[in-house]
Design a protein around this ligand. Sequence first.
Ligand code: PLZ
Length: 448
Amino acid sequence: MTLTTEVSTALQRPELRTAIPGPKSLKIHARRQEAVPRGVGCALPVYIEQADGAWITDVDGNRLLDLGSGIGVTTLGHTQPTVVAAAKSQLDRVTHTLFTVTPYENYVRLAERLSAHTPGAHAKKTFFVNSGAEAVENAVKIARAHTGRRVIAALDHAFHGRTNLTMAMNHRAAPYGTGFGPFAPDVQRVPNSYPFRDGLNGEQAAARTIEYLEQRIGVADLAAVIAEPIQGEGGFIVPAPGYLITLQKWASENGVVFIADEIQAGLGRTGTWFASELFGLVPDLVLTAKGIADGLPLAGITGRAAIMDSALPGGLGGTFAGNPVSIAAAHAVFDLLESGAPFAEAARIEEALLNGLGELARKHPEVGDIRGRGAMIAFELTEPGTTTPLAGLATEIAAHAASRGVLLLTAGSYGNVIRFLPSLAVSDENIAFALEVIAEALASRNQA
Ligand code: PLZ
């Protein structure tokens, strides 16, 4: 199994030829400001020409260590050779017919594979759409059709997308919802479990959530509860043990569909096929996207067969939904995952990051919380000994890392989280370098 190319494995540190961003990137960026609206944000204005494994090469010839993987998409590495080969070979055969007009077998086979690998041995069905937000939208349609109920409950600190329905489900108004209303009705948010901030154990946090569900919404109107098993944009919040399973049990006793949004956490990212497994969950519906095709657009909705068949024929789909090239790439991803090797890499990365960050926290009390699983690890920056967010420090660390050739993403409802979402091709040496660079940023703050 190859997760890396020869070139990328050889590289231990970024290779910088210019300041970051370099002159060519800056020129393109100036054009972009004229051509593209500012609402399309930009974490780091380096313009990319080529990418392999955990490395991105920009137009100025700088090779940067990518610890974000396009927000958790190229989990098996950029331009992973078997994925690229599968997509190329599919391109030569057929690129589009539309599955709902004249279907193709690779769609059916991927549906079988996703149904086989999602948690639970019950009968399942799967269909495909183009993006994570679309997967969430479709899960809501199905849950409503199945239950005959209206309301969808999402958790505090959640992120589910940028469409009209999903932006009503996000925790943060700015920038995701501000000015974009009116919002979809019958979406309610309820408290989550956030051990670092609420100090509640799983039972207590679940009791609080359930009280909101019962009193504010009422079971008679509640179609579904949707949860990211580990919250992504919210800052890799790992719920207290027992929280999610208690919530799932309550949902199943009350005829409420339990939806796991595995869009960021699923498909090998946390060292298991699905993050749900870490919490013993068997969700009614499981949503996948991002890493499913290692960079090609695709998303899946998998669920109990009886629930999935609630929509009328023609009620689900979309022109590009289940594109054959994306699906071919996804089969290569599944082949790699079935080999088991990616899970071992995720476990290795978890160990390297948790050890390194633990050391960092001992020297720098601003590192208030370290959490996550597998190659989905984050730390939250707070005033020492408190939960007061230090958002500016997260921005400073990311900016310093960028100047040293390491692409780090921030996250969190308070903007004070640094998250690692590397590809599984990242080496221990790469991680050590990234941690060194973060330590530099923290040390320069202490001197200031
Ligand atoms: N659910 C859990 O993480 C996308 C957002 C990037 P789409 N997260 C990255 C950005 O700033 O737009 C995401 C997610 C979870 C749903 C989504 C939405 O997936 O493929 O971006 O629509």
